[in-house]
Write a protein that binds this ligand. Sequence first.
Ligand SMILES: Cc1cc2nc3c(=O)[nH]c(=O)nc-3n(C[C@H](O)[C@H](O)[C@H](O)COP(=O)(O)OP(=O)(O)OC[C@H]3O[C@@H](n4cnc5c(N)ncnc54)[C@H](O)[C@@H]3O)c2cc1C
Length: 394
Amino acid sequence: MASIAILERKCTKCGACINACPFGAIEIANGKPEINAGCRVCSVCVKACPESAIIKLETRAKSVDKSKWNGIMVFAEVTGGKLHPVSLELLGKAKELKGGTHHEITAVLVGENLSEHASLLRYYGAERIFVYDDKELSYFRAEAFADQIADAIKFAKPSVVLVGATALGRSLAPRLATRFHTGLTADCTKLEMRENSDLVQIRPAFGGNIMAQIITTNTRPQFATVRYKVMNAPEKTDAPSGEIVTRKTVKISSPVRFISQSPVLKSANISDAEIIVAAGRALRKESDLNMIKELASLLGGEWATSRPLVEKGWNTNARQIGLSGRTVKPRLLIACGISGAIQFTASMKDSDHIIAINSDPEAPIFKCAHIGIVGDIYEIVPELIRKIKEARGI
Ligand SMILES: Cc1cc2nc3c(=O)[nH]c(=O)nc-3n(C[C@H](O)[C@H](O)[C@H](O)COP(=O)(O)OP(=O)(O)OC[C@H]3O[C@@H](n4cnc5c(N)ncnc54)[C@H](O)[C@@H]3O)c2cc1C
């Protein structure tokens, strides 16, 4: 950690630092220059000060004894009485990371009426399942949930904590990482474990232009959030294993009180869709999306697009597939007039069946498609619609 300090006894208040700071992070307060929250510790002011009255302070990051932190903990999210499927995907990843090592896989459940969920987790590789079951935890309050998970972490001392990058997970993980003064990498798409238990957390950065590898070198636990449908859920084992550990609920001191809840109208969630018909820049006008929507609706699926159609304002980011949109893994994806740029395919290539329709036989989308149709979407999509309707007598 580094910071900038102004030595009052040397400062002549000449203003050179204020003029030099590119972030406007030095201002006059109480008649003297002070550093504000905008400071990026770039040190331009240090060099600009003619009196050497500004210094850069370095504090060495506290490091922990890594050998005291072992295993992988998964936060198993329960919302509305249901176990979020990302929890099983995280257990699958934990199993992979464990490999042949001694790392123990644990899971934490927080909520009310959790016994069924705890029993289920025993079929998915959790070796110990910590359960915090309390009617006060029947609805989500970030501080109260964080208290319980922090208790499990202090008890089990895992080296890694995996949390789903859901709305709830995104609210919890930073709170927990702050409490343990450790690192968090959000929205990881790939995770690898080094022999020294450092977790290599890989995620797109700079708008998807690079894949960054992030490591928490000095502190533990290592927190990572992972988006839903990025990792594979493991197969359910035939026999349950793992121990259910009922933990005493940590006293709930949250000032937040539950009064009532009303469901928000569910917006399209292409991440959960089993069937997706996606359109690309081949579409000539917005109303042509109607044929894509009609095909999706006839197949009982959702419609989506590549990014250019979002940029044109024909769609919103919620239905955009890609690194800067959503990751999807449906049973069937029909890509209509989409070239197959890496930023698109990276987020749909794991779909069970991919059918690509493109007029260019060399289009990269054919490399990841299971069935490729070389042709004009304006002929093929209406023909598909016609055939489906004919078969159904519509
Ligand atoms: C940082 C960054 C992040 C990005 N994130 C995303 C993202 O999340 N999602 C995303 O989609 N893109 C993203 N992109 C953009 C990506 O690089 C591509 O530009 C984009 O995916 C191309 O969309 P497209 O395939 O629809 O269009 P194009 O590449 O223009 O392809 C159109 C295709 O349609 C075919 N075609 C044309 N007419 C017809 C027809 N009548 N019938 C059949 N086929 C036809 C063409 O042969 C062509 O292959 C990102 C780019 C950057 C730099």
